[in-house]
Design a protein around this ligand. Structure first.
Ligand code: 6PG
Length: 247
């Protein structure tokens, strides 16, 4: 099931995404004793993470039963501001009292292939039963239609088995480690967070595809049994026609 939710701006979208996180976390912990969440990098989700660390949501979430993973990471030094882990720690994790074993960053200080293999092993350890089913996966969308670090033209788009891969953007001086579509599509709930007029064209192309063939990496994200929701702001939705669930 795919649902499109339109919000007036980034703040409204972030409040809704943070509230969804809280609701899903409480439900998962109540029914299964833990909540596994996949975090997106980039800029869009930052405000969502910040809101989770603030009242009223902060005290409404069972933080001690939540396990944090990343959808991708740039292979740069730990202190590099481009790291997705650092953004999440500054916006959310540093403000919480949680145990180190709840946080599963991609160890991208390792050589890229080693970091990918290391994360694959960590995922297998955490999700003892296979396949791994994240309770919630936040994803972003690039203007070129990438998500996580599933970049246009990368071999990772063809991956049908492995849960992690190494990608590299042309002219970018670092590699990336990304989760792959076969893994992401196991999630119970995938939520894309997309804002800004610069995403309007690619969002329209993705949501109103000319053919069934995925023209963009983000179109590979089709949860096998889970739900797919698009949280978009008015600017990103500006080229979409027709009504959808609006907030
Ligand atoms: C990354 C992100 C990437 C991001 C999109 C959108 O490491 O680059 O994981 O997939 O979500 O590029 O980024 P913005 O939210 O900054 O537009």
């Amino acid at each position: 099931m795919t649902m499109l939710h339109q919000f007036v701006d980034l703040e409204a979208l972030s409040r809704a995404a943070a509230t969804l996180f809280a609701e899903q976390a409480r439900a998962a912990v109540t029914s299964r004793g833990r909540f596994s969440v996949l975090l997106a990098g980039g800029e869009t989700p930052r405000r969502t993470y910040e809101l989770l660390a603030e009242e009223p949501l902060r005290s409404a979430i069972p933080w001690d039963r939540i396990y944090f993973f990343w959808g991708d990471e740039r292979c740069v030094s730990a202190k590099d501001p481009k790291r997705n882990e650092g953004m999440v720690r500054r916006a959310l994790l540093d403000h919480l009292q949680i145990q180190p074993e709840q946080v599963h960053p991609i160890r991208s200080a390792l050589a890229p292939e080693q970091a990918a293999a290391d994360y694959d092993a960590e995922l297998h350890r955490f999700f003892v039963s296979s396949p791994p089913r994240f309770d919630l996966a936040f994803l972003g969308l690039g203007t070129d239609g990438h998500t996580a670090s599933l970049l246009p033209g990368s071999a990772a788009l063809e991956e049908k088995v492995r849960w992690t891969a190494v990608t590299r953007r042309h002219k970018e001086p670092f590699s990336r480690v990304t989760l792959t579509a076969p893994l992401l599509n196991q999630a119970a709930l995938v939520v894309f967070l997309v804002t800004g007029r610069d995403k309007a064209g690619v969002l329209q192309s993705i949501l109103t595809p000319a053919s069934d063939h995925p023209a963009f990496p983000a179109q590979l994200i089709r949860p096998l049994t889970g739900a797919l929701h698009w949280y978009v702001d008015r600017q990103a939705a500006s080229l979409l026609t027709g009504g959808h669930a609006a907030f």
